[in-house]
Design a protein around this ligand. Structure first.
Ligand SMILES: C[S@@+](CC[C@H](N)C(=O)[O-])C[C@H]1O[C@@H](n2cnc3c(N)ncnc32)[C@H](O)[C@@H]1O
Length: 296
């Protein structure tokens, strides 16, 4: 396990994922009833952008730093507001701290809500535990998030959100992720599920998305309007080097999310472009063959 999220904290992929996460949590808070947040791959909770790792690979400068500095039309500002409110609260002066998904959940959850965090890396799990040891709403477990997931759902609260955000260190990560989702989602088909994947091996991600959609529809676990896919790429996806694109598949998104993403994605792709061929996609993981990876 070599993956360290500190190298990537606040990059374009984090901004999209965390903007969506914060919007979904905001929606869950509209009802008085408690919700549960489950993070299968939690990381350390928050990141110091001046640390050795973040300085060596300052991806955040091409991500959250540009997002903060740019002019935002009202619809974009609205879509980013829950995330940027948290980033603002963590940074009194210059940008030096960025929230991970656990911190976004911890800052948005109410007294009655519950947060369940799985992190398998020993040192990261310890950091996470230390960070939230005094927060009675948060439970940190050093566990394999994939194995834990089927046992964690459905939560007692019956409402809530699962974030599946693996490091994609291993070639078969997509298959592991699909297996974990398939073993857990049928136990909690009404939860909101945010599933992150890189756009590296485009066939693998397309197979994952379309396979998930077809399975959900066949098993009558979701209807097409309950599935949303949001992808962002900051340069040509075929280009060499660092990650060029990533995105999320959301099962049971809040009904307001599609319109927010329709405003946010084109703005992000323009604002965060790192060269030729930046782009975005928002759809429902279409299962017909006419949508293929050639469309990227
Ligand atoms: C992409 S990072 C998570 C980032 C975090 N969700 C966020 O948005 O701030 C992936 C994390 O998963 C951890 N990890 C790797 N394999 C795992 C497993 N099988 N179960 C739980 N955590 C794992 C890594 O140590 C790493 O901290």
């Amino acid at each position: 396990m070599n993956y360290r999220h500190a190298f990537h904290a606040g990059n374009f992929a984090d901004v999209l994922k965390h903007a969506v996460l914060a919007q979904c949590l905001r929606h869950l808070k509209k009802k008085d009833k408690p919700f549960r947040y489950i993070d299968t791959h939690a990381g350390i909770g928050a990141y110091d952008l001046t640390s050795g790792e973040a300085e060596r690979s300052p991806e955040w400068r091409n991500g959250i730093a540009k997002v903060i500095a740019a002019d935002k039309p009202p619809a974009v500002a609205d879509a980013l507001a829950p995330l940027l409110d948290i980033v603002g609260a963590m940074n009194a002066g210059a940008l030096s701290r960025y929230p991970g998904s656990p911190e976004i959940a911890a800052r948005m959850a109410r007294e009655l809500d519950r947060i369940q965090l799985c992190e398998w890396h020993e040192a990261d799990a310890k950091s996470l535990d230390k960070r939230y040891v005094r927060d009675a709403r948060v439970k940190v477990e050093r566990r394999d998030g994939y194995k834990a997931l089927p046992a964690l759902v459905p939560p007692r609260e019956k409402r809530g959100l699962v974030l599946v955000d693996p490091p994609f260190e291993h070639r078969d990560e997509m298959a592991h992720m699909a297996e974990a989702v398939r073993s857990a989602l049928p136990k909690w088909p009404t939860g909101t599920w945010i599933i992150w994947r890189p756009l590296k091996d485009l066939w693998a991600s397309e197979r994952f998305d379309v396979g998930l959609a077809e399975w959900l529809f066949e098993e009558e676990l979701a209807t097409p309007e309950k599935l949303l896919r949001a992808d962002l790429w900051v340069r040509d996806l075929e280009s060499e080097g660092k990650l060029a694109g990533a995105g999320i598949v959301i099962v049971n998104p809040p009904f307001t999310l599609e319109a927010q993403l329709l405003a946010l994605l084109p703005w992000l792709s323009e604002t965060l472009a790192q060269g030729e061929g930046a782009g975005w996609r928002l759809d429902g993981c279409a299962t017909d063959d006419s949508l293929s990876v050639e469309e990227f």
